[in-house]
Ligand binder design. Structure first.
Ligand code: HEC
Length: 472
């Protein structure tokens, strides 16, 4: 016993545990710091899950063009616990992105970025963007059609940077084209560079947290005044504060445990994302799809008018970063309570709504042709033989329905044709089909004149005002 104590004293004296680490655990925090405050520590927990599972994956994964797929297949199908670990890394990434954003929203809602915690916020914004970078580069390491989405977007972004564009894309891709060396580059970013930045960033973030203390819940009667804030905060802490451990920290422990359990459950129940077929970078899928947390961005990029692309592709991440980074400089004093800051609440509601809507859009991809459409049934065509019937079948066979919607059938790339017979004349429709248009191919070379006239006959029957009579 005495000996153990001696050893402990030696460690304590040389390492400074009682001087540094203990005060961290025991430092006094406001008593009202309740469930609102659990997101930050949960983000840290999710990060630890990513580090641990990532190390396991990196022991087997081969970041080479030909071997990447094989090694992932081995991890998923044969390696001991491989499927669970890969699944945890995948769902852990989702958890980390979600928790980072939730943590940021909570801090913004309660205006914790105001004096004296401006730098806590700024370091957090940097961390959040690096977390996005991790999620983004991680997709590529899967080295399949969808993973390649992130390279294509990164390529577009890098190449559009003024002056340094070509140099930058060379640097990111490790060459002129996307290939094995691109994979090696992304692996290095994903495994060394960005985690290094995150570790350092978390260190700074936590140091600042201790320096300024955990914020109190905002109170409408206590606007922040930099001249007196620190004094007031300390005197309130003295009166009502509690030690971080165990009085406040147990909530973080409980929530973090649920997060980890959730990640493990998802990995066990749904498994890691499937590996379709060995990827072939020279034959990139025409419609790659990023992981769900980037669908909103995918929607923006896909629906942009092409004239605005450069500005938005290059400008929006930079602008988004700058605006968020500089939030504390827009206002670092005054009210923190949401009830006194209706604009901020409005911004959160608007931002979240747009995110959800854009994400749903990204899922349905209405801007891209839908190659899985079903043919029109006779009840919709409204004839069982003759030119109209033939035309009704041709719109499916010739691919018009990939893009056009008719009475509940077909894709959404082009305008709905349900009542086109009412809007356009025979001649207009013929010209449109022959010449094509903006985002519509020309069919002049791929339809016989009989097919064309059948299609037009059919389209002319598409007339909502006629429908009640014709269908009776
Ligand atoms: C790749 C997608 C795509 C395919 C395939 C396609 N279209 Fe279109 N179509 C469009 C788009 C986009 C527009 C609207 C742009 C424009 O007007 O130039 C359009 C416009 C039209 C219009 C005019 C609609 C209006 O309201 O002005 C007609 C008629 C039409 N298409 C018929 C057809 C027919 C018939 C076929 C098959 C032979 C076909 N389209 C195949 C995308 C497509």
């Amino acid at each position: 016993m005495n000996r153990i104590k001696k050893i402990w004293n030696w460690i304590d004296d040389r390492s400074g545990y009682s001087d540094y680490a203990l005060p961290l655990l025991k430092h006094i925090v406001p008593r009202d710091a309740r469930w609102w405050y659990v997101f930050g520590s949960a983000t840290l927990t999710a990060f630890m899950v990513q580090v641990l599972t990532g190390i396991c994956l990196a022991m087997v994964y081969v970041p080479g063009g030909d071997e990447a797929y094989q090694s992932l297949k081995y991890i998923t199908e044969d390696a001991f616990m491989g499927s669970i670990v890969r699944g945890m890394h995948y769902y852990g990434a989702s958890a980390m992105v979600m928790l980072t954003v939730m943590h940021m929203l909570q801090v913004y809602l309660h205006a914790t970025y105001k004096y004296p915690r401006e730098m806590n916020w700024m370091s957090g914004v940097v961390l959040m963007f690096v977390v996005f970078g991790m999620a983004f580069s991680g997709q590529l390491l899967r080295w399949d059609d969808n993973g390649v989405w992130s390279v294509m977007v990164a390529a577009e972004m890098a190449a559009r940077a003024p002056f340094i564009g070509p140099w930058l894309s060379d640097f990111i891709f490790g060459g002129q084209t996307v290939g094995g060396s691109t994979l090696t580059r992304f692996f290095v970013f994903h495994v060394f560079v960005m985690p290094g930045i995150i570790f350092a960033g978390i260190g700074l973030h936590l140091m600042l947290l201790l320096r300024h203390g955990v914020s109190e819940m905002p109170n409408a009667d206590q606007p922040v005044d930099p001249a007196t804030y620190k004094k007031e905060y300390e005197s309130r802490l003295e009166k009502t504060g509690v030690p971080f451990w165990p009085d406040a920290m147990w909530r973080d422990v409980v929530f973090s445990t649920f997060v980890v359990l959730g990640i493990v459950a998802c990995a066990a129940i749904f498994g890691p994302p499937s590996l379709s077929s060995p990827p072939n970078p020279s034959n990139i899928h025409s419609n790659p799809m990023p992981d769900w947390y980037f669908w909103w961005y995918f929607t923006i990029l896909s629906t942009l008018p092409s004239s605005m692309e450069t500005w938005i592709i290059l400008g929006s991440p930079v602008l988004g970063f700058l605006i968020l980074f500089l939030v504390p400089f827009l206002s670092n004093k005054g009210h923190r309570a949401p009830s006194q800051r209706p604009w901020s609440v409005g911004i959160i509601v608007f931002g979240l709504t747009s995110l959800v809507v854009l994400t749903i859009y990204g899922y349905y991809k209405p801007w891209s042709p839908d190659f899985g459409v079903k043919p029109l049934p006779e009840s919709v065509i409204g004839a069982s033989s003759g030119p109209v019937f033939e035309g009704g079948q041709l719109v499916h066979q010739k691919g018009c329905l990939y893009c056009h919607h008719i009475d509940g059938y077909g894709g959404h790339r082009g305008p709905v044709l349900s009542d086109i017979g009412q809007k356009l004349t025979r001649q207009d429709i013929t010209i449109r089909i022959m010449n094509g248009g903006y985002n519509m191919p020309s069919f002049a070379g791929s339809l016989t004149s009989e097919e064309l006239s059948n299609i037009v006959d059919f389209l002319l029957t598409r007339d909502e005002s006629q429908k009640p009579q014709t269908s009776k």
